[in-house]
Design a protein around this ligand. Structure first.
Ligand SMILES: O=C[C@H](O)[C@H](O)COP(=O)(O)O
Ligand SMILES: C=C(OP(=O)(O)O)C(=O)O
Length: 472
């Protein structure tokens, strides 16, 4: 047994899931200090140079305004419960790594717009309600494979997200600075404010579906296809109005935000008690997930997540055993609350058909209404000859296809998609409608970390998935 800060006994499962679960990118995982916070070993935490500075930041965050409130989190739990029942589809996506420089109206609007367009395609073409969750307003921290990066003989700390250091390759930029956690809170608040404005202030009105496409339709086949769909939606709305169904248009959309709950010096001080129920909630985002590199059963992240009442997710790579899945269910969803726990599967297109079935089968037999979501990005990364990290659209589409096939064969519900995309016209993933080639990657490779689908590729994928949902 290991004891946490409150003296509770925690089981040590004794199972290892493979190479990524060691104390990667930082050597042995250090235990955390005992002041009421989680004291178990925490992987992937920055080795802050100034402990007193971290304490001051934590104290400030303890007094910071919540970004989200419990009622919103509970609403999302109920929406995800519908996904688990097979009545809706979860669409979660956004940047790999948000940046402070990206806190501006245009890029935020473009990401919201891409997600809304994808959701519209799925809702209309596959006739399934879509729960919309941005990887936004909090996705500022990255787990890394290596603790350092070397270029031309110079070795510096790896970039760990704007919450920790800056991506520029200079000693000053790469220095770990805990005060960035405060900027993270401000950046998340400003982004969320914009998202709330875009999604409730008329921009997300279904009558705007054409406008979302304006700069797009002229130059891509998928844009044309989307334009056709928008015309059909208009016709359907006009028909309903003519039938006397008043105000059939939804003027606002429900939109939630999520991020990886990686940095415990940020997440722990932002937990707030719901005065109505006494339950503890993360106030840093509606939904948080545990990454593939930090889901150790005896680690701090699983313990931290077990204490918050938000809807949560765990990433599962190809090395995950069915026993680990069952232990995660017992630790994170002991009440078997529908909508509470989502598994985001990122196995790679070559392994998903082989590795996923036993996990889904065992979980189904374990009495939990978990939601299964496909992340077709993280298992399909490779290095291009130019040195860029990239992903192929075909492999991404094939992993989604494999995910759907597995669920179809088992009679379970393929609950959703978790994607890295952006609203811009980047060249980071190869293939897809506009056919980005390996030689094109350098043109507009703007990601601070991993390659994202551009807007065309995202919409292409949405049409493909709509076809998988309602074949024929
Ligand atoms: O987004 C995920 C991880 O942070 C990323 O894949 C790690 O990348 P690395 O292997 O380059 O560190
Ligand atoms: C790091 C990520 O993924 P994973 O934990 O699946 O590697 C991510 O989604 O940003």
């Amino acid at each position: 047994m290991v004891r946490d800060g409150e003296g509770r006994g925690l089981p040590l499962p004794g199972e290892s899931d493979g190479p990524v679960l060691s104390g990667e990118a930082g050597g042995p995982v250090p235990p955390r200090e005992s002041d009421g916070r989680v004291t178990l070993p925490a992987a992937q935490q920055p080795d802050w140079p100034d402990p007193a500075g971290v304490e001051a930041v934590r104290a400030e965050l303890r007094g910071a305004l919540p970004l989200v409130i419990p009622g919103e989190c509970d609403l999302l739990t109920s929406r995800i419960a519908a996904v688990a029942r097979g009545e809706a589809f979860l669409l979660q996506g956004g940047d790999c790594a948000e940046t402070f420089a990206g806190v501006q109206a245009d890029p935020v609007r473009a990401k919201v717009r891409t997600l809304l367009q994808m959701a519209l395609v799925l809702t209309y073409a596959a006739a399934v309600p879509v729960v919309k969750v941005g990887r936004m307003a909090g996705q500022y921290a990255k787990p890394r494979s290596e603790a350092t990066e070397t270029r031309d003989g110079l070795t510096l700390p790896a970039y760990r997200g704007d919450a920790v250091n800056d991506v520029a390759f200079t000693p000053e930029a790469r220095a770990l600075d805990p005060r960035r956690l405060l900027r993270t809170h401000q950046a998340a608040a400003a982004t969320l404010n914009l998202i709330r404005a875009f999604t409730t202030g008329g921009y997300a009105d279904l009558r705007q579906a054409h406008a979302w496409n304006q700069d797009f339709v002229a130059r891509s086949p998928v844009g044309d296809r989307y334009a056709e769909l928008a015309i059909q939606i208009d016709q359907a709305l006009n028909f309903m109005r003519a039938c006397g169904i008043d105000e059939p248009v939804q003027h606002a959309v429900e939109f939630f935000v999520s991020h990886e709950g990686l940095l415990l010096d940020y997440e722990e001080p932002l937990v707030r008690e719901d005065p109505l129920t006494g339950r503890m909630y993360s106030s840093s985002g509606h939904m948080l997930w545990i990454g593939e590199r930090t889901r150790q059963l005896d680690g701090a992240h699983v313990e931290f997540f077990s204490r918050i009442a938000n809807p949560i997710a765990v990433k599962l790579g190809p090395g995950t055993s069915a026993d680990t899945v069952l232990s995660l269910i017992d630790r994170l969803d002991p009440q078997r609350e529908p909508g509470r726990l989502t598994f985001v599967v990122r196995m790679g297109s070559e392994l998903v058909r082989d590795r996923l079935p036993p996990l889904v089968e065992k979980a189904a037999g374990h009495g939990a209404a978990v939601t299964w979501v496909c992340d077709p990005m993280h298992g399909n990364t490779f290095k291009a000859p130019s040195g860029h990290k990239t992903r192929s659209f075909d492999a991404i589409a094939d992993e989604v296809k494999g995910f759907f096939e597995v669920h179809h064969d088992l009679g379970t519900h393929p609950g959703g998609l978790h994607l890295e995309f952006t609203g811009g016209d980047v060249t980071e993933c190869v293939g897809g409608g506009t056919d980005v080639l390996l030689e094109d990657l350098a043109d507009r490779y703007e990601s601070a970390c991993d390659p994202r689908l551009n807007r065309t590729q995202s919409l292409d994928l949405a049409f493909l998935v709509a076809g998988m949902y309602s074949p024929g």
